[in-house]
Design a protein around this ligand. Structure first.
Ligand SMILES: [Zn+2]
Length: 224
């Protein structure tokens, strides 16, 4: 059974996807095994665009993709995955206490699962995705942030780091040209916030990806 788009197709879109292809043929007792992928990046690293392009690639090969995103929000449009370059698709919302294995079987027998904003899934839900990979031989691709505005792991991202077969970074750069690794949170007045809840629902804070040095230097500067 073919689980992945062709090398040439993936290469056309994103050379980095060759990492997926090169790791593709994992065999266990002669059987090709599906994998759990974690593709993480800082804010603005095009994770949602890559999630949607990956979905397109699978569907072009005749495979069905269950697109999901975590959420508590039920407002209009909350179930849309949007990228800054204009791609958008509707996704099924996974609620905080929802069992993903049950939700998957209710949704239908899709060939692949793609999750955006996977850092907001709970550790238990990541374990449920791992079970789907192992028991259903279903490829699961999770796109999301690794760390929060204080450089600490999101619990879901930490569990992905522990359980994923394949972990790759989607890179983006800081204003200074270094690789951005910190998702800096700014208040209305443009000051970097270093304390507060990991997730603020409905907040007006802005986020910018920065390198660690610029983040630390900016905090020192604003503290005078
Ligand atoms: Zn920098």
């Amino acid at each position: 059974m073919l689980y992945f788009p062709t090398i040439s197709q993936q290469f056309v879109f994103f050379p980095s996807f060759c990492i997926i292809v090169s790791n593709l043929n994992t065999e266990c007792q002669g059987k090709i095994m599906a994998k759990l992928y974690f593709k993480y990046g800082a804010m603005g690293s095009s994770k949602s665009a890559q999630a949607l392009i990956t979905k397109f690639n699978y569907e072009e090969k005749g495979m069905t993709v269950w697109l999901i995103k975590p959420g508590t929000d039920t407002r209009d449009g909350a179930d849309i995955i949007k990228s800054r370059i204009g791609l958008r698709q509707r996704a099924d919302i996974i609620h905080p206490d929802e069992d993903i294995i049950e939700a998957y079987h209710t949704a239908g027998n899709y060939d692949v699962i793609i999750a955006d904003e996977a850092q907001f899934l709970s550790p238990t839900q990541i374990e449920q995705l791992r079970t789907l990979v192992d028991e259903e031989n279903l490829p699961v691709l999770c796109f999301g942030l690794r760390t929060d505005f204080r450089t600490h792991f999101f619990p879901g991202a930490k569990r992905l780091m522990e359980l994923a077969d394949s972990i790759t970074e989607i890179k983006t750069i800081c204003e200074c040209g270094r690789k951005a690794t910190v998702n800096a949170r700014f208040d209305d007045s443009g000051k970097i916030i270093t304390e507060g809840d990991q997730v603020v629902l409905g907040g007006n804070d802005r986020y910018t990806a920065m390198c660690h040095k610029c983040w630390v230097d900016s905090i020192k500067e604003q503290e005078g």
